[in-house]
Design a protein around this ligand. Sequence first.
Ligand code: CTP
Ligand code: CA
Length: 235
Amino acid sequence: AVADPVDLDLEGLHVVVSAGGTREPLDPVRFLGNRSSGKQGVAIARAAALRGARVTIVAAHLDTDVAAAAGALSGVEVVPVGTAAELADATERHSAAADVVVMAAAVADYRPASISESKIKKDDTGDALTLVLERTPDVLAGLAAAAVPGRTVVGFAAETAPDRDALLDLGRAKMARKGADLLVLNAVGWTAGFGADANSTIVIGRDGDVVAEASGSKDTVAHALLDTIITLRSH
Ligand code: CTP
Ligand code: CA
């Protein structure tokens, strides 16, 4: 077992973590969602709180056990959100004066352009149904573009990459597009990543250089990421 660091090296800092996966309603009974459990985001929140930070979790549909774990953390405020728009509002509001923002949530890229007031009926739509989707706001890109002095902005990039080089290529392209201070890359597939208890990550900096790698439990990865954030902030 890995001992949790006990240094209060985040004392005095406010850390905001978005976690879980957003859901975009189609009609009163249906949504478009994703498989994020919220485990990695809540692990980061837990680790940051243990290290003395004041922590806010912007929580989108955490798995039940993960939500219970988040609710039991002391010194951690949980702000529940549903959609990408709600997550954007809450994250921007709580991050305004934050020192560190970690976007661990899986945020919908598209939402239904209109939400049906009543349940969509098969008889009204026929053999095939075409949905018109529109883009959601990119929270991470907005936080990064704001470039608030003293605020460290960290993104996650879950990619279906066949190998390390492909993962790094995708991650570097994403970093160039979005411009975070750090981007945490991890490979996902139908089985790996979402919902799993362990994680394997590569962290890249603004210019695409590999600044850290961490594998193991989501708690281990969380502490390693906080170490990397502290190192970056001390430069
Ligand atoms: N993200 C965000 N707002 C969105 C979409 C994503 O803030 N509307 C954040 C995620 O929380 C994550 C990072 O951006 O920290 C990367 O998310 P990802 O889905 O990997 O990147 P996208 O830019 O959406 O690219 P794509 O899904 O096309 O790979
Ligand atoms: Ca996306």
